[in-house]
Design a protein around this ligand. Structure first.
Ligand code: ADP
Length: 267
């Protein structure tokens, strides 16, 4: 085990309600210098979980929202022209390694292929980050941790995490929280009462299990929080669900109508 300072006891830790043993797993991965992969649909709490754990462990957090144009240089850094001089500027991954921070690569499969090459030496027992442009080879300190997320639902055949990459990470599968947990989370985040939130959560359960509808994914906890926030702010349930659930989930008029029918059957 690495010599890591014990977690700070802080009061400004973002709220996260555990669903299983994910907090213990994260801490164990951190303590042992192992990278962690969070798999699951959008809006189910992955980012909040990482924010919570980083604060609990007292480490700075660098979050990178990966997209299809994100390259290794965006993560590592580049030479920039400043006042006529070229100056090396660290990217977020390099900064995280230097500072012993947690680096969270959200939706890592979206990034360009050269990112994988950078991650490999960092995610095995070498724990090094080669910076070709400066000739540096950074050894990650024990406090550095790499966390990545991906959404298996989004992937097409071309955008799959290769086994050689995914087998370097410990993995936690995230799904939407159980109804009691989700009710507590949505009530706390929105300020809407538990009993009114419980109806929303029941509706979400119906939407998520609905088959045969052209929905790419079930409604997320994030959208439920939006809906509950609108209702708590005084909007009617119908208008809130239209703006926070129906419109964000689909553009298809017939699927929208099916969702409205479902809502009518729950309310
Ligand atoms: P993801 O990163 O999976 O897309 P987020 O972490 O952004 O999702 O979650 C969306 C919102 O849902 C968060 O802002 C948070 O309010 C809420 N949330 C979901 N699950 C939990 C949980 N277990 N504890 C606390 N908040 C949660």
């Amino acid at each position: 085990m690495n010599a890591i300072p014990s977690p700070l006891h802080r009061t400004d830790v973002p709220f996260y309600r555990p669903v299983g043993n994910e907090c213990t797993l994260f801490e164990t991965a951190y303590t042992n210098g192992l990278p962690l992969l969070l798999k699951g649909p959008t809006g189910c709490g992955k980012t909040r979980f990482v924010e919570h754990m980083a604060a609990r462990l007292g480490r700075p957090l660098y979050t990178v929202a990966c997209h299809d144009d994100l390259s290794a240089a965006d993560l590592i850094g580049r030479y920039l022209l400043r006042g006529g001089e070229t100056e090396w500027v660290d990217g977020p991954l390099t900064r995280a390694v230097r500072e012993g921070a947690i680096c969270y690569l959200d939706e890592v499969v979206e990034a360009r292929k050269d990112v994988t090459v950078v991650l490999h030496p960092l995610t095995d027992n070498r724990r090094v980050l080669p910076i070709d442009r400066t000739g540096e080879l950074l050894q990650a300190p024990p406090e550095f941790m790499l966390v990545a997320s991906y959404n298996p639902g989004y992937q097409n055949i071309l955008k799959r995490l290769k086994p050689s990459t995914r087998q370097r990470f410990l993995s936690i599968g995230f799904t939407f929280p159980d109804p009691a947990t989700e009710t507590a989370v949505v009530a706390r985040e929105s300020g809407l009462s538990d009993d009114r939130v419980a109806v929303l959560v029941r509706l979400a359960g119906r939407i998520r299990t609905l088959s045969g509808m052209d929905l790419e994914e079930g409604v997320s906890t994030r959208l439920l929080i939006y809906a509950a926030t609108l209702i708590a702010g005084g909007l009617s349930v119908d208008r809130a669900l239209e703006a926070a659930v129906i419109e964000p989930m689909t553009d298809e008029p017939d699927v929208q109508q099916a969702l409205r029918d479902l809502i009518a059957s729950v309310y």
